[in-house]
Write a protein that binds this ligand. Structure first.
Ligand code: DGL
Length: 252
């Protein structure tokens, strides 16, 4: 599983719950963090090269791009160049449209994700009768990383980022927000406290189902091991060790 940082742990949580025996290598490309402020070319080149090296080194049965930014930009490229199945993480616009009563939904992702044609296509295909408001936030990504390092992140910290959605024209009609960055479900308690009236959806459970279906019986053959690899070693990685442990990962 690959993300730019710890965001993919929100996906790992669902995959682990569905598939307790599977062995998982979680790779955080912290040397390339953050992805959301990079260009499409930078993200696509970096992610495809890294997935290629990881596939050679780890010989996985399956790759999960546990990152909306990388998936909405590079999923097609990655599938074209790799010979293992690749599961992507793309904004959960379909379930959000199914849940919305007001027919106004918000999509909160990185700046790079919310400008992708992939997101416009998901909205056209699955939320054609909804108003879909978009907001990109780099700050929430930083806050999620800080939270996992054990720093205090409060509802007051996340509220201005939600206001980037709800403060737009028609934003007060939003009843459902798509957490379109895998970092953001890590801040769900703070987001819920900042906006108790909103529903939040993410794609983690759907990805777990897809992984289970692609792995088939292989999913039962592992030993439930988890290890975390980082593309750069620094003191911030050391600070993440307790959180990684809570997710069943040991630092490799
Ligand atoms: N977790 C990532 C995502 O789902 C990206 C965060 C970042 O590196 O900007 O989009």
């Amino acid at each position: 599983m690959l993300d730019s940082g710890v965001g993919g742990l929100s996906v790992l949580d669902d995959v682990r719950a569905a598939l307790p025996a599977v062995d998982i290598s979680y790779v955080a490309d912290n040397a390339g963090f953050p992805y959301g402020t990079k260009t499409e070319m930078e993200v696509a080149t970096r992610v495809c090269a890294l997935l290629g090296r990881l596939t050679e080194r780890l010989q996985p049965d399956l790759l999960v791009i546990a990152c909306n930014t990388a998936s909405t930009i590079a999923l097609a490229h990655a599938r074209a160049v790799l010979d293992v199945p690749v599961v992507g993480t793309v904004p959960a616009i379909k379930p959000a449209a199914e849940a919305s009563r007001s027919r106004t939904i918000g999509v909160l992702g990185t700046q790079a994700t919310v400008r992708q044609p992939y997101v416009a296509r998901l909205s056209a295909d699955h939320a054609a009768d909804c108003r879909v408001l978009l907001h990109g936030s780099a700050r929430l990504v930083e806050l999620a990383e800080a939270d996992l390092r054990g720093e205090t992140v409060t509802a007051a910290d996340v509220a201005p980022e939600l206001a980037g959605l709800t403060g737009q024209a028609d934003g007060d009609a939003i009843d459902t927000v798509v957490l379109a960055c895998t970092h953001f479900p890590l801040l769900l308690p703070q987001l819920q406290a900042a906006a108790p009236g909103l529903g939040f959806v993410d794609g983690g459970a759907g990805i777990a189902r897809r992984v289970a279906s692609l792995l088939g019986s292989k999913a039962g053959e592992g030993e439930g091991r988890g290890r975390a690899l980082f593309t750069r070693q620094d003191e911030q990685v050391d600070a993440l060790a307790p959180a990684l442990h809570r997710y069943g990962l040991t630092l490799a």
